[in-house]
Design a protein around this ligand. Structure first.
Ligand code: FPP
Length: 234
């Protein structure tokens, strides 16, 4: 069957810690390998014509992890972009982010902002990093901004779904079509609550560091076979 390509794929990249532990490595080694997987999957998605790939790299709850692990995760964007920026550019990939990056060390913020800026003219895949991101927080911030615009008479008090959606961090991106979570957990964990309203969920036991193009193709094959009705009949 010819693959139906999702416009937007969102991934909860779970299992880095368990992957590392199984190999007698520190959890951080799993995160590093996980960052390499992002590169592989982004390039493959771009080649397939996916419009956007959103990856959950750091949740608003991840601050509760040990300091050493948080520090490492904060350093990963520098490692990632130092190593892969040229390749991302060659592939016409555009980097964006979701989340409140102000809470990160200034160096991490600058690395992310610079990646966004350097790729802003690109027209291929949008690679969207969710960092210090939480779905409820996103909706709360959108409500706050909307309320402010009502006060300023820039928005209608009779709030409409489409108008409100424009206050989300993904404003000009398509809704998520396919949501993948790796490593056997069956939860949404506060990831893109608004955007996942009608997405197809796919769970795999494969840990994120082991996820590859074969797994991606399997996920898209499964998505292709699903019957999406959006609440209607067919
Ligand atoms: C979940 O696995 C993974 C994370 C909390 C972090 C994911 C981050 C990356 C893959 C790298 C991000 C890179 C860039 C460039 C932003 P876990 O640690 O919860 O694994 P476990 O459930 O096995 O313990």
């Amino acid at each position: 069957m010819e693959q139906k390509i999702p416009a937007h794929i969102a991934i909860i990249m779970d299992g880095n810690g368990r992957w590392a532990k199984k190999r007698g490595l520190p959890r951080t080694a799993g995160h590093k390998k996980g960052a390499e997987t992002i590169r592989k999957i982004a390039i493959a998605c771009n080649q397939k014509g996916v419009q956007a790939l959103s990856v959950y790299a750091f949740s608003t709850e991840n601050w509760k992890r040990p300091e050493e692990e948080v520090d490492y995760l904060c350093k990963l964007p520098r490692f990632f972009f130092n190593r892969y920026m040229e390749e991302l550019k060659q592939n016409n990939i555009r980097v964006r982010f979701l989340g409140e990056i102000e809470r990160f060390p200034i160096d991490t913020q600058n690395v992310i902002l610079s990646a966004v800026e350097q790729t802003s003219e690109n027209t291929g895949l949008i690679l969207c990093l969710a960092v210090n991101y939480g779905g409820r927080r996103e909706i709360t911030l959108a409500a706050r901004a909307y309320a402010q615009d009502v006060l300023n008479q820039k928005a209608d008090l009779a709030i409409e779904e489409e108008a409100f959606g424009k206050y989300m961090m993904t404003a000009d991106m398509p809704d998520v079509d396919l949501m993948i979570r790796t490593s056997g957990e069956l939860r949404l964990s506060n990831f893109m609550l608004w955007q996942n309203a009608y997405s197809e969920f796919l769970f795999t036991d494969v840990a994120w560091p082991d996820f590859d193009v074969v797994q991606l193709n399997k996920a898209i094959d499964e998505y292709t076979a699903r019957d999406r009705r959006f609440g209607g009949l067919k």
